[in-house]
Design a protein around this ligand. Structure first.
Ligand code: SF4
Length: 495
């Protein structure tokens, strides 16, 4: 689903006519006839290219599953696909540019194969709606995240009517259905399960509340039913997904349970050996959620806890809803309860008004917490967010300088931590063969670190390994034994 499309020139073609039945020689098949002939022999194919976050990757999996139920096989080659979906992201400027460039390249495919249905999904689609159809006459469907479950219906509509469709209004709670995996042949060892959608936080730099709507938690019974289905088909690790995942159930609607209870209930499902969740919001933590890292052995000792800045002034301008001290209090409590927990984070530098002192506060927070990894970004303005127009714009070069300094320091900290792992024993869930070396398998430790293991092991094998080498972002290990144990914070100081 990550195949790159060819980027062609940006000349805008006229709206492409739907060609019917003309050929080079008597009896030759025209475009539509050829497609019909081919489709009677071969499965139709769907290509989904994903931009942006894990939520989008999960949505893309679901789209592939929905289309599989309609007889579409997934392909990595957009040039032979009958349906192409670009699942867009607008959280970073780069992702949006990449989407627009990929969308431009689809003109070439539409010219060659007018019957192919081209769609843009995700956050850019939600934001731009019909204007995307106007700007890109070769695109057939634009649809927002609320309409994923309707993808087969939208595709059929375009095929039958050749009318172009835009679906971007938010659905009400009762109308919205959380899309779930239905294709048993593509069940992964580690499966994402949506527990909520949207966000009520409205951080000033973020577009998500405008593109994914307000927070809606899913019924616990529906979540548990999906987890049971996945576990029965081989998923051993369940990653609960939401924009502010630990806000799950906060609205206390019927059918929901507190998030810590949901964690325990998911972990208790037969076949589930590991549970993770991403991404929590620091101000939504309850002590019961933190204690789950002690009380639920299947809960992996890793947490991605976005901080964004170490400066109270910047946090306030970002409207993050916590102070530096409050963030550090969550980290301290977590490490008290689960000393082996690994922490990763997101950081933005160069937010409007960020002074050198604010930046130094971020660096000092990084020193204090010693994150195992951090996704660091220079601030870039997103149209439609509240940060647009804030005073104190930091010059681009200064943002780049701060980012460089932060990345260098974080790389050192990550490197020191990875080196300290050499000689330790870990439990690793194998996900498949290594991409770079077929003599090795790749999996993840409980702390969510990629581990390359000498030897070939089936996906889903849980192995005890010894770390023998540290790379820049991953580890190499030799196998010791297959283990029937579930990951345990208590039993594995470096799991
Ligand atoms: S918590 Fe803030 S950054 Fe995260 S999705 Fe919500 S608005 Fe965006």
């Amino acid at each position: 689903m990550t195949t790159k499309l060819r980027v062609l020139d940006d000349a805008v073609p006229p709206d492409l006519p739907h060609e019917e039945g003309h050929g080079d020689a008597p009896g030759a098949l025209g475009t539509s006839d050829a497609s019909a002939y081919r489709s009677s022999l071969e499965p139709r194919r769907v290509f989904v290219d994903t931009f942006g976050c894990q939520m989008n990757a999960h949505d893309s999996e679901r789209m592939v599953g929905l289309m599989a139920a309609e007889g579409y096989a997934p392909t990595e080659d957009p040039e032979i696909a009958d349906l192409i979906v670009l699942n867009s992201c607008s959280i970073r400027e780069k992702a949006e540019h990449k989407l627009l460039s990929a969308a431009g390249s689809l003109k070439f495919i539409k010219e060659k194969r007018p019957d192919a249905v081209l769609a843009i999904a995700g956050c850019v689609a939600q934001q731009e709606g019909k204007s995307l159809l106007a700007r890109a006459p070769h695109i057939d469907i634009v649809f927002g995240p609320d309409h994923i479950a309707r993808l087969p219906e939208l595709v059929r509509e375009v095929q039958q009517t050749r009318r172009r469709v835009s679906e971007t209004e938010f659905l009400s709670r009762s109308e919205f259905a959380f899309p779930r995996l239905t294709d048993a042949s593509s069940v992964p060892v580690s499966a994402y399960v949506s527990v909520m959608k949207g966000c009520d936080k409205f951080c000033t730099f973020c577009i998500v509340p405008f593109t994914r709507g307000r927070e809606v938690s899913r019924d616990a019974a529906d979540i548990l039913d999906e987890v049971q289905w996945l576990a029965a088909r081989g998923s051993q690790e369940i990653v609960l997904l939401g924009q502010t995942v630990n806000a799950y159930g906060r609205q206390k609607r019927s059918g929901q349970v507190p998030f810590h209870e949901l964690l325990a209930q998911v972990a208790a499902i037969p076949g589930v050996r590991r549970v993770r969740f991403t991404s929590p919001h620091p101000s939504d933590f309850t002590d019961a959620q933190i204690l789950a890292f002690r009380d639920v052995p299947e809960l992996c000792p890793h947490m991605h806890l976005p901080v964004q800045s170490g400066s109270d002034d910047v946090l306030a301008r970002m409207r993050r809803g916590y102070t530096r001290a409050e963030y550090l209090a969550v980290v301290r409590r977590l490490r008290e309860v689960a000393p082996s927990v690994s922490l990763t984070t997101d950081i933005i530098v160069g937010f409007p008004g960020e002074t050198e002192k604010d930046f130094q506060d971020t660096l000092s927070l990084v020193e204090e917490v010693r994150f195992q990894a951090a996704f660091c970004f220079a601030y870039s303005e997103r149209t439609g967010t509240r940060a647009v127009g804030l005073d104190g714009v930091v010059p681009f070069e200064e943002r780049a300088r701060r980012l460089r300094i932060l990345l260098e320091r974080q790389e050192q900290i990550t490197g020191e931590w990875l080196s300290s792992m050499v000689g330790q024993r870990l439990e690793v869930l194998v996900e498949g063969p290594s991409k770079s070396d077929p003599a090795r398998s790749t999996g993840r430790s409980g702390q969510n670190r990629p581990v390359h293991i000498d030897g070939s092991f089936l996906p889903g094998t849980m192995l005890e390994v010894e770390v023998v080498e540290a790379f820049r972002h991953s580890l190499r290990a030799t196998p010791i034994a297959k283990t029937p144990m579930a990951t345990s914070v208590a039993s594995s100081s470096a799991a």
